[in-house]
Structure formats: C-alpha cells, structure tokens
Design a protein around this ligand. Structure first.
Ligand SMILES: Cc1cc2nc3c(=O)[nH]c(=O)nc-3n(C[C@H](O)[C@H](O)[C@H](O)COP(=O)(O)OP(=O)(O)OC[C@H]3O[C@@H](n4cnc5c(N)ncnc54)[C@H](O)[C@@H]3O)c2cc1C
Length: 459
C-alpha cells in the first residue's frame, strides 16, 4: 500500500454498517475505505485498478436502487469528506467536498441569501456527491430542474487513479466534434458511480426567493385531483414551483402525523403546491382556490403554509410518506419482502391515464394497491408497493414491468429520478435501443477498462 492510500477496514461491524441503503437489499462489502482527501481516493483507485478489485462509491446511502451497496470489493464511503470549501456570494457558487449533506449546504447558502436549487426529499440524509452521481431532483424541479444544470465544475478521480478537473465550457456556440464530447462534466452527472468518483464539486446558486407560499388542497377523488394537476400545469397565469400529488393511502399516512389527524375528513386525495410570488406582489391564493373549486376541490379545508417554520412543517409531513413506506418495507425483509418503489414518468397530460392503468394492472394481478404520491407536476408519481414475502415480490415486479411497458408507450420513462442502480437494470433495455446501450458500454469501457467502478450499477 502506498503512503497516501487509505486503510481498508475489514471489521465485520464496519462492513455491515455500510451494507444497506433504501433499496431494502443487504449486500456486505469485502472492505470499507473512508478517505479524507481526493489524493487518498486517487491512491486507492490506482491500487484497486492494478489488481482489478471493484470499488463502489457511496455517500449517504439513501439510494432506492441498491446503487450504493456492493457484495464485492471495497465500499468507498465519501462521508468523511464533508467540508464546505467556499460559498462565494458574489460569483454565486459553492465549492464543496462530496460528503457534505445537501440540506447542510442549502442552509449555508441561505445564510448568504442564496438558494441551492437541488431538492431531493432525502436532503437531510443524502450527500452532494450522491446527488451529482444520481442527478437528483425533487418537488421543486418543476421550476428549477434537476441537479445537472447547477454543476459548474467537478474534480473526478478516474478508475486508474488520475485526478481530473473538469469545468463546463462557457461557450454560447460550438460546432467542434460530436455533442457527446462537448462537455465531459455531463458524463459524470447521473453516472451512478460507474465512470469516476467525484471528490469536489462547484455548484451554481440562485438568489433566495423573497417569499414562498405553500397550499395543500384536498379533493373528493383521485380523478378530480389529477384533473386539477393537469389544469394547473396548463395554466398560463399560475406559476408554481412544485405540484405534488398524494393519493388516499398517502393521505392516511399524512393523517398519522401530528397536527394533521383531523384534516379534510371527506377528502380521498390532496395536492400540495408552492409558489414564489414576485417581489411586492401577494401570493395568487384566490386563483389557486378558484382553480381547485372548478375541479371539485374541497376548498374550505385548504391549508396555507406561509413562513419558514410552516414550510418546514409541510416538508416534514410530506417526508413522512416515503419514510413510513421504507419502515414498512424494512419490516418485511426477514420474510423475503421489501418496499418496491417506482419512479416512472409520463408527459404530465397523460398522468391520470397512466395512474389509472397502473392501478388496473395491480388489481388484475390481485396485489394490494400501491401508495401513489409525488411529483405530479412533472408527470412523475412514485408508486410504492409493499411486498410481504418473496412470492409477492415476484408478482409485484411483473406488474411493475407491465406498467413500465405502458408508460413507455405513452412517451414516458422507466426512471425519472432515482436512477437505475442494480434493481432497475433489467428495465433499461425496455427504454433504450441496442445502439444506445452499445454507446454507453463503449464509454464505460473507455473510462473504466478493468470495470472496477460500481460493478452492477446501470449496465
Ligand atoms: C426517503 C427518501 C426520499 C428520496 N427522495 C428523493 C427525491 O426527492 N429525489 C431524488 O432524486 N432522489 C430521492 N431519493 C433517492 C436518493 O436520496 C438520491 O438519489 C440521493 O441523491 C442519493 O444521495 P446519497 O448521498 O445518499 O448517495 P448514495 O445512495 O450513497 O449513492 C447513490 C449513487 O451515487 C454514487 N455516488 C455517491 N457518491 C459518489 C461520489 N462522490 N462520486 C461518484 N459516485 C458517487 C453511488 O455509487 C451510487 O451509485 C430518496 C431516497 C429516500 C430514501
């Protein structure tokens, strides 16, 4: 081992502590490395590459697709590299190590009057490295987009241990070479640890909005709520930063959260919207209520969230849904079951049709309906099933595959947010052509010829 190489820990407790993520799978690595610098990561990769030993990078290990766990080689935890190196209010950029927790960076930026727009629901547990590697998105991506556009520069350790600095070109026009080669920063955003290890990131920031208002709107039926979502998206006067949908089962989970127990007793679904009123103008509450009423909304039970504390509360309530489902899934692990989550998406106008087809497919297969909630404004719900045992897991996976085929026929995608990881790899060829897959394999081979980085993820 070279002087700069980080120690590989073989202790069973340490290995087990890094063996699970939010996928419900347990994969115990052969060893765990916890570097504190990019140089240590580089030395480790150079050594592993020389002997063909696999290395899987991990941040907060909140992956729902088993992308951050492995049962071969070294689990490379970047959590100890957690320094915010710089928040430059003038240039509106933050420079950070990969192990910084997303919400911690958001708070550091807010203290400077700046917004880090990345918005995964898991922001209190997930890292910047993980968010970059998964191109994380969230509720507010409706306005701000996913992580990708905010990544200005990356320092990446390549599979052979070379430290490489990459910066997005500032060109407004460019005709040199294939589009694929224009901006290597894009190769690593969303690459799920398979092409290189991010050891530093520079992220673009925006001014913090002056005002934010949230509104929870209950509906009598799923159909009415989804009609409202489509109308809100199509509206030219309303300008929401998120439109989130919650079905009846999600509403029941929300009602279990303190303060929400007796809310909207007649509702079987609700929609949560947030908007950032322009400076000096009041929020468009009346316009929202009017639109909800025209879609049979129960507007008398609408709740308004104004101010930092109230918005944090709304976020806590929303987070209760995936957190509750994760707990239910974990409780079935001993029986061969787990949570099965989807993150398919369709063009927003077809969301009602897609959810209705998804429910029919589950009903026809005789399986319990999933909890359906999430980023409806982007045509992107989460459909979370609980498989109680291994047999039910198989039946649910067949229903999910049938749903994905219909989603693709509607112009959708099999994974809009959580990536492919290990669990969704089997569905990649449903969406991508053999030519696209060969292109990705060629790139992987070029950047990681020995195939040591995150084997089993994506390809
Ligand atoms: C309750 C809950 C809610 C969630 N909500 C959202 C959501 O709203 N939006 C969303 O997008 N996702 C969501 N997720 C999924 C997950 O939180 C995100 O994908 C997150 O960005 C992963 O970050 P992490 O630090 O936990 O990464 P990990 O889970 O540790 O790793 C994820 C992937 O990134 C790679 N990776 C990690 N660090 C590095 C690095 N430094 N260099 C290279 N590769 C690296 C890993 O190899 C792996 O492939 C949710 C998960 C949970 C459990």
């Amino acid at each position: 081992m070279t002087e700069t190489a980080v120690r590989i820990e073989r202790d069973a407790d340490v290995r087990r502590a890094h063996a699970s993520d939010a996928s419900g799978l347990v994969l115990v690595p052969d060893g765990v490395a916890r570097p504190t610098s990019g140089e240590e990561v580089a030395a480790l990769l150079a050594e592993c590459n020389a002997i063909g030993a696999p290395v899987t990078a991990a941040g907060g290990q909140t992956s729902t697709t088993a992308a951050s766990i492995c049962d071969r080689g070294v689990l490379l935890s970047l959590r100890a590299m957690d320094r915010v190196l710089e928040v430059d209010a003038e240039r509106r950029v933050a420079r950070v190590e990969p192990g910084v927790i997303v919400a911690d960076l958001k708070r550091a930026c807010a203290a400077e009057g700046l917004l880090l727009p990345l918005d995964p629901t898991s922001e209190e547990e997930c890292t910047i490295g993980g968010a970059v590697a998964c191109n994380a998105s969230g509720a507010r991506s409706l306005r701000y987009g996913a992580t990708r556009p905010y990544v200005r520069a990356l320092t990446v350790v390549m599979a052979d241990g070379t430290l490489t600095q990459l910066r997005r070109p500032q060109l407004e026009k460019n005709t040199v070479g294939y589009a694929l080669a224009h901006d290597p920063v894009d190769w690593f955003v969303g690459s799920e640890g398979t092409l290189g290890v991010v050891v530093e990131a520079e992220l673009a920031l925006l001014p913090l909005p002056e005002q934010v208002v949230g509104l929870a709107l209950p509906f009598l039926s799923e159909a009415a709520a989804l009609r409202f979502v489509a109308a809100a998206r199509a509206s030219e006067s309303l300008n929401p930063r998120c439109i989130e949908y919650f079905d009846q089962l999600a509403l029941e989970i929300v009602r279990g959260v303190e303060g929400a127990r007796d809310w909207a007793p007649d509702a079987t679904a609700f929609v949560y919207v947030e908007e950032e009123p322009p400076v000096g103008l009041p929020p468009a509450l009346d316009a929202w209520l009017e639109l909800a009423e025209s879609a049979d909304g129960l507007v008398d039970d609408a709740r308004v969230y104004e101010g930092e504390g109230a918005l944090r509360e709304a976020r806590r309530v929303r987070h209760a849904v995936p957190a509750h489902m994760n707990e239910r899934g974990d409780a079935r692990r001993a029986f061969g079951g787990r949570k099965v989550s989807t993150d398919w998406a369709v063009p927003y106008a077809r969301l009602g049709e897609a959810i209705s087809r998804a429910r029919s497919l589950a009903r026809e297969a005789g399986i319990e309906q999933a909890v359906i909630y999430g980023h409806a404004g982007n045509g992107h719900p989460h459909q979370n099933f609980i498989a109680h045992d291994a047999d039910e897991l198989g039946r649910i996976e067949r229903v999910v595959e049938a749903t994905l085929r219909e989603v693709l026929a509607m112009g959708g995608t099999v994974a809009a947010e959580h990536g492919i990881g290990k669990l969704k790899r089997k569905w990649l060829p449903l969406q991508m052509t053999p030519l696209q897959l060969r292109g990705m394999q060629a790139m992987k081979h070029e950047l990681d010829p020995a195939g040591i980085l995150a084997p089993g993820n994506v390809l």
